[in-house]
Design a binder for this molecule. Structure first.
Ligand SMILES: Cc1cc2nc3c(=O)[nH]c(=O)nc-3n(C[C@H](O)[C@H](O)[C@H](O)COP(=O)(O)OP(=O)(O)OC[C@H]3O[C@@H](n4cnc5c(N)ncnc54)[C@H](O)[C@@H]3O)c2cc1C
Ligand code: SF4
Ligand code: SF4
Length: 951
């Protein structure tokens, strides 16, 4: 396990070393980091800026944050808070102390029948919406990053998206907050007693806010200007509309916190009023001959029954028009065409249809390329929204290696939408950004212009500077727009805040900062920055590493999916460190640092990657970091290890027999010694022998005894080939399991009830899909095994005529990926769903059953079928929330049990009240049983119990 060493600690500068020492008195060592690997990895956010913190701490309680902030204030050490690190403007990075929330702060509760939600800052936005969904409600803010970003960041950035506009953002929907102020004081703005004690302890802060309120109120021009500027989206500077919208200084303080980007105080809890989440939706993609007509249409739709109007310029459409799945006809459009993607939502279908008609009528007289056609068919809508969602990945994915993708975020008063778009198009072309595209939330005049940028070459940085200088000047002075509509000021726009707001408002913002944070310890350089060139400094390098990961934009979308995120690192962090190693290798700079990064990568990056590839399912540019890790593993083996792996693969019956003997020996010892003593002995042995000795646990499988599985011929005209995976052939039930059968026995029983002839491939005990070899990086051996299996399956299935059932989901996924498509390869729940639900009678078994959908099933899109089968067989089914990949990863659960434990830390809460669990991978079921505290078995067992012949 990697720890920050004494040398790392001693290399900290004086005040940081004191900070470390004092913090170490109340924080556990595994939540404090100052080593080169983790400070770099945790230090990175989605922006194109790079600062490396000296110290990273994970703080999980109000008391810890309060003590840390008070300590920082005393020592004059700067601190930055970090939620999910998906910010784009450089506001979530630090060169001092980074306080990380991820892994904690996950509490939530719903109040007022769904009217309000109380959230801790580490809850992911999409999770909050999942909690509210059964009540037909959602949170107002809807950033496109909602599946990854957290409430702390959403509120502190005043993030917004396609629908929320200025009416449903955090500023408008916040009801109260619990805060930790810059001196460590805790405040609850929703509790009268806390408000009163704040007035007593921080009278000068509240008096200062009241004085600013009165100053603004007495200046008609300024208060008018503030009101005017917030008619459109604006996250430039502090939310000084608080002073014109609210009177009570505590209410002003509360609203100033929204969009404050961690520069005023820490948000430890927020209560948001929720908004309606209408179940019925219809969308239309409307094409206009030019931006002017699209802008006229937008103005007419504003105030109409529409929830989103997304603008895409011609370059945007061009960037995706040739991608698979796009609507036909996009490629042939003229050079000036502009598209609006319009959505309407309603509580009932009749209302939806009426609203779609009304929206169509509103733009009837605007010139269009075709009549408006709304669709409420889900698949058709998804296709239309795929156009919009594909834009950013299209630019990100096609950029030159080493360049970054920049998303700027301006807003124009709606009357300037057309002129603003034309200006941005022209400016990008003039400055040589030919690949640039423009899209955005047209109803709010909020446009993102996206282009690729090389920050490694000074001339390129100058080109960026001249583009930005022109954009800022024109957006502010010609169009009176906002320089940041929703992404936050960060470091990126800090030098331009005064330009946008003017001297008076800027001075007020500086006074706000001084009132909240007189010592300037909270996130300095963000929102306010006296250095006019700060937006061109600390730019992040993106050196080339390997085609498998080079497209990474460091957005962080993959992080919530990764089972190792709370035990070691995330996919983004693995990539960040690989990039730094590549940079150091190429430049020859600091070989010792490179060596240390490489050494720590072995455990933090490579060994604890489950290689499940779930990261790819969330990645906008489809990066599978697991594939990259497998490639690293394949490069790391010695010839001796390769030869040993080949021997195991070549004499597979012996390998299986050897595995069964190992399981039998462990089981026999367990029987004799009992669970406690066995556990203690196994831990002791592993302590001496090291990680190569598999960790024993009390739900360890006993050996399975398949003997020679013979074809079963019933002659009723139904045939299936059954391939029990090598795992299923080796691993039987756990000691004391009530059912007591191995999965192939349950499968054969179920198939028997449906009168299937069951065929087995020849030389079954030699066959394996190769997954175990592949995940360890023995790719050639793995491929040879899967080819051998493929030949056997083609032969026994009559060249693919007979469907093939494999009982282990990860094996089946590999087989589907590699084998001849004419083989009809089926996973058990899929087979039951497609072939048995109609043929057999299924009686719902009593009790509550937990369903775990494995990564491979998720990737194959089998979740709905697994759920349908479970619901057909059990009275109640729960899918434990916040449980993704179990992290068992074949045998990694034996060699790195901490990965499995971390990945399943939320399982016990999710399976409360369940009597058993079902899944479809025997090794995953070991970890699930161990950490869930209930037996997890293949879904086949439940189906076999529930199924009987039809009369
Ligand atoms: C591809 C992509 C698309 C995006 N799309 C959108 C979009 O549509 N709309 C949009 O608005 N944004 C968007 N963003 C930007 C970003 O995802 C959002 O602003 C998001 O809300 C940031 O949340 P986070 O959890 O990542 O916060 P972080 O980046 O970790 O932090 C954001 C800020 O909040 C501060 N902070 C975090 N927690 C706290 C706390 N508890 N107390 C006080 N301060 C805190 C941090 O110091 C930092 O200044 C996008 C980003 C990416 C990469
Ligand atoms: S791997 Fe993909 S999802 Fe993860 S940070 Fe990189 S681009 Fe984003
Ligand atoms: S493969 Fe799995 S463990 Fe590895 S980086 Fe991706 S999500 Fe994380």
């Amino acid at each position: 396990m990697t720890r920050s060493t004494r040398a790392d600690h001693l290399s900290l500068p004086g005040s940081h070393r004191l900070f470390w020492d004092e913090a170490a008195a109340f924080l556990p060592p595994d939540r404090m980091m100052c080593d080169p690997f983790r400070t770099l990895a945790f230090g990175t956010d989605a922006s194109f800026y790079r600062l490396v913190p000296k110290i990273v701490v994970k703080a999980f309680s109000r008391e810890e944050v309060s003590r840390l902030v008070a300590l920082a204030a005393r020592l004059g050490v700067h601190v930055t808070f970090r939620a999910a690190g998906t910010s784009l403007s450089g506001q979530a990075i630090s060169d001092s102390v980074l306080i990380v929330l991820a892994g904690g702060w996950r509490g939530w509760s719903i109040e007022d029948g769904g009217g309000r939600i109380v959230l801790e800052p580490g809850v992911i936005g999409a999770e909050a919406n999942a909690f509210l969904a059964p009540l037909g409600r959602k949170i107002g803010p809807d950033p496109a990053s909602i599946n990854a970003c957290m409430i702390g960041g959403i509120v502190a950035n005043n993030a917004a998206g396609m629908c929320c506009g200025t009416a449903q953002n955090s500023y408008e929907t916040v009801e109260s907050m619990r805060l930790v102020l810059a001196d460590g004081t805790e405040v609850d703005t929703g509790a009268p007693a806390s408000r009163a004690s704040l007035a007593a302890s921080h009278g000068s802060l509240l008096a200062g806010l009241a004085a600013l309120r009165d100053e603004i109120a007495s200046d008609g021009a300024l208060s008018g200007r503030i009101r005017e500027k917030y008619r459109i989206k604006n996250t430039t500077g502090y939310a000084i509309n608080s002073f014109v919208d609210h009177r009570d200084p505590v209410d002003i303080l509360l609203h100033l916190m929204v969009g404050s980007e961690g520069t005023l105080a820490f948000i430890s809890e927020v209560t948001l009023r929720t908004v309606v989440d209408h179940p019925h939706r219809a969308s239309a993609l409307v094409l206009f001959p030019d931006i002017e007509q699209a802008a006229v249409a937008t103005q007419r739709l504003r105030g109409g029954p529409v929830s989103a109007v997304e603008l895409m310029d011609r370059a945007s459409i061009r960037s995706v028009q040739d991608k698979p799945g796009m609507p036909p006809g996009l490629a042939g459009l003229g050079p000036t065409v502009c598209a609006l993607l319009v959505e309407t939502r309603a509580a009932a279908r009749e209302d939806l249809l009426r609203q779609a008609e009304e929206a169509t009528r509103l733009i009837e007289e605007v010139r269009k390329l075709h009549p408006v056609k709304f669709t409420d068919v889900k698949a058709e809508q998804e296709k239309l929204w795929d156009v919009r969602k594909g834009l950013f990945p299209a630019v990100g994915g096609s950029r030159k290696i080493g360049t970054t993708v920049v998303i700027e975020d301006v807003a124009f008063p709606i009357e300037h939408l057309a002129a603003g778009t034309v200006f941005l198009e022209k400016a990008m072309r003039q400055h040589g950004y030919a690949e640039g595209i423009i899209f955005g939330h047209a109803l709010d005049g909020n446009l993102h212009f996206t282009f690729t940028q090389d920050f490694a070459v000074p001339a390129e940085v100058s080109r960026y500077q001249s583009l930005m200088e022109e954009v800022c000047d024109v957006v502010v002075h010609r169009f009176d727009g906002s320089l940041k509509g929703e992404h936050g000021t960060g470091r990126n726009m800090a030098p331009f805040v005064e330009m946008e707001w003017g001297e008076k408002a800027y001075r007020i913002m500086k006074q706000v900062k001084a009132l909240f944070d007189p010592k300037g310890i909270l996130n300095p350089g963000v929102i306010l920055n006296d250095d006019p060139k700060s937006y061109l400094k600390d730019l992040k390098p993106l050196p080339q590493v390997d085609p498998l990961i080079d497209k990474c934009i460091e957005c962080g979308f993959c992080e919530p999916k990764c089972p190792s995120r709370s035990v070691t690192t995330t996919p983004r962090q693995r990539i960040v460190v690989q990039r730094e190693m590549a940079r150091l290798g190429r430049t020859g700079e600091d070989p010792a640092r490179r060596a240390r990064l490489a050494e720590d990568f072995a455990y933090l990056g490579e060994e604890t990657c489950a290689t499940d590839g779930l990261c790819a399912t969330a990645c906008p540019v489809s990066i599978d970091t697991g594939e990259f890790v497998k490639q690293l593993r394949s490069q790391g083996w010695s010839d001796t290890a390769r030869a040993r792996a080949r021997r195991l693969a070549d004499d597979f019956p012996r390998t299986e027999a050897w595995a069964r003997r190992g399981l039998a020996a462990a089981d026999a010892a367990h029987a004799v010694l009992g669970t406690r003593l066995m556990g203690a002995l196994a831990r002791g042995a592993r302590g001496v022998a090291g990680d190569w000795l598999p960790a024993w646990n009390p739900v360890m499988p006993r050996p399975a005894r398949p003997g020679t599985l013979q074809a079963v011929l019933r002659g009723k005209g139904r045939q299936v080939v059954y391939f029990p995976s090598c795992i299923a052939r080796t691993m039987g039930p756990a000691r004391g399991d009530e059912d007591g059968r191995a999965v192939f026995e349950a499968t054969l029983s179920l198939l028997g009830k449906a009168d299937y002839d069951v065929l087995f491939p020849a030389a079954l005990d030699s066959l394996c899909c190769g997954l175990a070899f592949d995940s360890k990086g023995f790719r050639d051996i793995a491929d040879a095994k899967s080819e051998e299996l493929e030949r056997a399956l083609l032969a026994v299935s009559d060249d693919g005529r007979v469907p093939i059932l494999c009982d282990t989901s990860p094996c089946l996924q590999r087989m589907r990926k590699l084998m001849d498509p004419k083989l009809a390869l089926l996973e058990p729940a899929e087979f039951i769903h497609d072939h048995l639900l109609e043929k057999l009678r299924f009686a719902k078994q009593p009790g509550r059953v937990a369903l775990h959908v494995t990564c491979s099933s998720t990737k194959m899109g089998l979740g709905p079928k697994l759920e349908a089968v479970a619901r057909a067989c059990a009275a109640e089914v729960v899918i434990p929330p916040r449980v993704g990949c179990c992290g068992f990863a074949g045998d990694r659960g034996f060699t790195h049990p901490e990965l499995n434990a971390a990945a399943l830390s939320e399982l016990p809460a999710g399976v409360k009240g369940c009597t058993e669990g079902v899944s479809n991978s025997r090794t995953c079921e070991i970890g699930l049983s161990l950490h869930g505290g209930i037996p997890f078995r293949s879904i086949v067992f439940l189906a076999d119990r529930a199924a009987s012949r039809r009369a």
